[in-house]
Design a protein around this ligand. Structure first.
Ligand SMILES: Cc1cc2nc3c(=O)[nH]c(=O)nc-3n(C[C@H](O)[C@H](O)[C@H](O)COP(=O)(O)OP(=O)(O)OC[C@H]3O[C@@H](n4cnc5c(N)ncnc54)[C@H](O)[C@@H]3O)c2cc1C
Length: 426
C-alpha cells in the first residue's frame, strides 16, 4: 500500500516535519522511518541541547525564536521539556568585543535584548577569572582579559529527549505510522507517464522519486518522499545524483562534575530565576553548558580547520581533544576547571551547510524533498524547519511559523535562496 508521504529519518527534523505534515493535512497517510531502534537515536541524541534566540541572520533568528516560543507553549501546557531559560553568557575579550559589535547591533535591530555584565559581576557570581593577560597561557592561546559579558536571556537549556518524546507521542496519536530498524538502501525512480518500455525512465521523460528501497522492502509514495537524514544526507542522496549541499563534521561533548568552585558556579545566584549558571561561551567559543540534573557542566568547542568532513557512523570522543583542545581555555578563564576529568563524553556530527542555515528544497521537481543543514543548531530550530519542510512537501509557497510569522519556502531553497550573513555560529 503506498503512502502519501514517507519521511526518512526520525531525528528531530523528521519528527517535526511528520508532525506538521499531519497537522496541516490530517487526511494524508504519512510513514516515518529510521534505521535506528527508536526516535532521536541519531545526532539528535548527541546534542548539547542548548538554545538561543540570538542570531544575526534574520532567517536563523526567525527559525530559532519561533521554535523556542513553540517549545515554551508546550511546556506551559504541562509537558515538561526541561526548558530552563538560564540564558547564554558570551565572555568577550577586547578583540571579541570589537568583532561582536556588528552582530550585537544587528541582533538588537532584530528585536533581541541582552544585558552587559561587568568583570566584577562575572568574578563574584560565576568565579570567572577576568584578568588573564599576565598569564603565559593567555599569551599562548592568544586571548585577553574578559572586558564584559553579554547575557542573552531568550536562551537556555532543554531536554532533547523530552522534545523527541513530545513530537513522537503526538505523531503516533495523530495517526502517523512509524517504522524503526528500517534502513534506506536506495530510491525508486519512475516516469510519471510510464510507457512500459525496458530501460525507463529515459532522460527526456518526466520522472519522479516514487518510493524508497529499504531493508524491509520497497515502500511506494503517492506524493512525496522527504529526506530528513541529517549528517547522512549526502551519503544516502548522492547515489541518485541529488545533493544536500551539506557535509558532516565531528563534534564532541565532555561532561565534567561541578565540584569545588565549579559547584558555586553551577548554582550561581541572581542571574536567572533558577539560580543556575547560564550557558557560558568563553573566548575561542569553548562552551560550558550547565546540566543541573547531573550536577555537571557539558563542555565543548568547535574545531574547523583540520577537522575533516567525513561521516563517521559511530564517532568517538577524543581524550586529547579535551585535555589539549578544551581544557586550556576553560581553566584559563575559570580555575575550577583546572585538572577536571570528565566522567562521561560523547561525539556526533554537525550537518553543516555553506551559510549556516538549513537547506530545504525539491531537486528537479522530483517529488523528493530534501531537508538538511541544521549546522549545529537543529534542536533549537526544529519546529520551524519542520513547518517549512512540510509546507514545501504540500506544495505551499509560504510556511506559517509558530506565532503567525510567514516565510517563503524558497528562501531556504537553492535557486532563490536569501540568507543574510550569520556572525554568531558556535
Ligand atoms: C555534539 C553535538 C552538540 C550539539 N549541540 C546542539 C545544541 O546545543 N543545540 C542545538 O540546537 N543543536 C545542537 N546540535 C545539533 C543537533 O543535534 C542537530 O542539528 C539535530 O539533532 C539534527 O537533527 P536531524 O533530524 O537533522 O538529524 P538526526 O537526528 O541525525 O536524524 C537523522 C536520522 O536519519 C537516520 N538515517 C540516516 N541514514 C539512514 C538510512 N539510510 N535509512 C534510514 N534512516 C537513516 C538516522 O538514524 C537519524 O536518526 C549538536 C550536535 C552535536 C553532534
Amino acid at each position: 500500500m503506498p503512502y502519501d508521504y514517507v519521511v526518512l529519518g526520525a531525528g528531530i527534523v523528521g519528527l517535526a516535519t511528520a508532525y506538521h505534515l499531519k497537522r496541516l493535512n490530517p487526511k494524508a497517510s504519512v510513514l516515518l522511518l529510521d534505521k535506528g531502534h527508536g526516535p532521536g537515536a541519531g545526532d539528535t541524541g548527541k546534542s548539547a541541547a542548548a538554545f538561543r534566540a540570538f542570531f544575526t541572520s534574520r532567517i536563523n533568528m526567525s527559525l530559532a525564536k519561533t521554535s523556542i516560543e513553540f517549545y515554551r507553549s508546550i511546556q506551559e501546557k504541562g509537558f515538561d521539556l526541561g526548558m530552563r531559560f538560564v540564558g547564554y553568557l558570551f565572555l568577550l575579550d577586547k578583540r571579541l568585543k570589537r568583532s561582536a559589535r556588528k552582530g550585537l547591533e544587528e541582533a538588537k535591530r532584530l528585536g533581541l535584548d541582552y544585558e552587559v555584565l561587568d568583570p566584577g559581576t562575572l568574578e563574584d557570581r560565576l568565579g570567572i577569572r577576568t584578568r588573564v593577560e599576565d598569564l603565559e597561557e593567555a599569551e599562548l592561546i592568544g586571548t585577553g582579559d574578559v572586558e564584559e559579558g553579554i547575557l542573552v536571556r531568550e536562551a537556555g537549556i532543554i531536554a532533547a529527549e523530552k522534545l523527541v518524546e513530545y513530537y513522537y507521542t503526538s505523531i503516533t496519536s495523530m495517526g502517523v505510522e512509524v517504522s524503526f530498524n528500517t534502513l534506506v538502501t536506495g530510491f525508486k525512480i519512475e516516469p510519471r507517464r510510464p510507457l512500459g518500455v525496458e530501460g525507463e525512465p529515459f532522460p527526456w521523460q518526466d520522472s519522479r522519486v516514487s518510493g524508497v528501497e529499504t531493508s524491509r522492502g520497497t515502500i511506494h509514495t503517492r506524493k512525496k518522499v522527504i529526506a530528513a537524514l541529517g549528517a547522512w544526507s549526502s551519503k544516502v542522496l548522492n547515489p541518485i545524483g541529488v545533493d544536500s549541499y551539506t557535509r558532516p563534521k565531528k563534534r564532541q561533548v565532555f561532561s565534567v562534575r561541578a565540584e569545588g568552585p565549579l559547584a558555586k558556579t553551577l548554582h550561581a545566584e541572581g542571574l536567572n530565576e533558577y539560580n543556575l549558571s547560564p550557558m557560558l561561551v568563553f573566548p575561542r567559543k569553548a562552551f560550558a553548558r550547565p546540566e543541573p540534573g547531573e550536577g555537571s557542566f557539558w563542555v565543548g568547542i568547535s574545531d574547523h580547520l583540520g577537522r575533516p568532513f567525513t561521516l563517521d557512523e559511530d564517532p568517538a570522543p577524543e581524550e586529547q581533544f579535551y585535555t589539549l583542545g578544551i581544557l586550556p581555555i576553560l581553566s584559563l578563564y575559570h580555575p575550577g576547571f583546572e585538572g577536571a576529568v570528565p566522567h562521561s563524553s560523547w561525539a556526533g556530527n554537525y550537518d553543516i551547510s555553506f551559510d549556516g542555515a538549513p537547506i530545504i528544497y525539491e531537486p528537479y521537481e522530483s517529488d523528493l524533498v530534501v531537508s538538511a543543514g541544521t549546522s549545529g543548531s537543529g534542536i533549537m530550530k526544529a519546529d520551524a524547519i519542520g513547518r517549512i519542510t512540510a509546507s514545501l512537501a504540500l506544495g505551499l509557497d509560504e510556511a506559517e511559523l509558530y506565532g503567525g510569522e510567514t516565510v517563503r519556502v524558497e528562501r531556504l531553497g537553492l535557486e532563490r535562496r536569501m540568507i543574510e550573513p550569520e556572525e554568531l555560529v558556535i
